[in-house]
Design a protein around this ligand. Structure first.
Ligand code: GUN
Length: 286
């Protein structure tokens, strides 16, 4: 049976560390690092994510300011809010929860965020910095996934990593980080031929596609490390259940190590968001 990679435990250690550094920051600067979270509309999943982020921020001593906007807010009203947060010296991090309602242009909003306050790492300047091998603010989920990999495997040099999914939020930055850690990286996606055969070559398999239990044991090389980024709500016998992109019960029989859902990558994402907020705050103090 595979070793379980415990995201709750690893993230708790990271959060303890962030809390200590936040306390130092407050002593040094007389103010708390602060994070503005913008939530547009009433998407239930986004509401849960935002609530968790704010709760954790408060636990480590980061001041969080929630801005809730109606689903029919205009692009220019949202832009005005982002501008105001960009200029406010008491705000160090800005997170606009995605997805936005369809009438809003996500790209324009992400581009409007000050790159120094872009704690999601989605702004083109932060994306470029990562691609060029000089990362500044790095997307939280891939960063958290890398921490789990290095805690489990140590040095990743020379390992073959296969990333399933090519999203801007996870797949692409994950591939960039793995490459920076000297992995040989393959990206596979919906148009890839014979995904299974490519996945079976992976020493490290990262699933980030949003398809419930897509990855089966037959896709996994015995002993491989499997990181499951998926969070899918499914109905099993009429009961709502959270499952990943990996068929956990099947894959744990062949993998060397595997992250569970829930309790795997999810808590790592939030811990990294708060670490990014602290980092952004530090940079803005000088
Ligand atoms: N929606 C789903 N994941 C994320 C994330 O990491 N950041 C933001 N802003 N929105 C999301």
């Amino acid at each position: 049976m595979a070793q379980l990679i415990d995201g709750k435990k690893i993230s708790a250690e990271l959060l303890d560390n962030v809390a200590l550094e936040v306390a130092d920051f407050k002593k040094m600067h007389g103010i708390a690092p602060s994070l503005a979270v913008v939530l547009v509309g009433d998407d239930p999943a986004s509401q849960v994510y935002v609530r968790n982020k704010i709760q954790r921020a408060n636990q480590v001593g980061i001041r969080s300011i929630e801005h809730r906007l109606a689903a029919d807010v205009t692009q220019s009203e949202l832009n005005d809010l982002v501008d105001e947060l960009n200029w406010n010296p008491e705000v160090h991090g800005i997170l606009v929860q995605l997805p936005l309602p369809a009438h809003l242009n996500e790209e324009d909003i992400v581009n409007a965020i000050d790159p120094c306050k872009d704690v999601d790492g989605f702004h083109p300047l932060n994306v470029a910095a990562l691609a060029l091998g000089n990362p500044k603010l790095v997307p939280c989920t891939p960063q958290g996934s890398m921490m789990m990999l290095t805690q489990t495997l140590g040095d990743l040099t020379g390992k073959h990593a296969v990333v399933i999914g090519r999203s801007d939020i996870v797949g692409k930055p994950m591939a960039a980080l793995l490459l920076q850690s000297n992995c040989t990286v393959t990206m596979v996606h919906s148009r890839t031929r014979d995904i299974e055969a490519l996945c079976r070559q992976a020493d490290i398999l990262v699933a980030a596609v949003g398809k419930p239990e897509l990855v089966k044991a037959s896709w996994v090389k015995p002993g491989a490390t499997v990181i499951d980024v998926g969070i899918n709500v499914t109905l099993i016998d009429g009961v709502r259940k959270l499952v990943g992109d990996v068929d956990f019960a099947d894959v744990e029989k062949v993998a060397g190590a595997i992250t569970p859902v829930p309790g795997g990558v999810g808590p790592m994402t939030i811990a990294n968001l708060l670490q990014n907020t602290l980092k952004a705050a530090h940079v803005q103090m000088f």
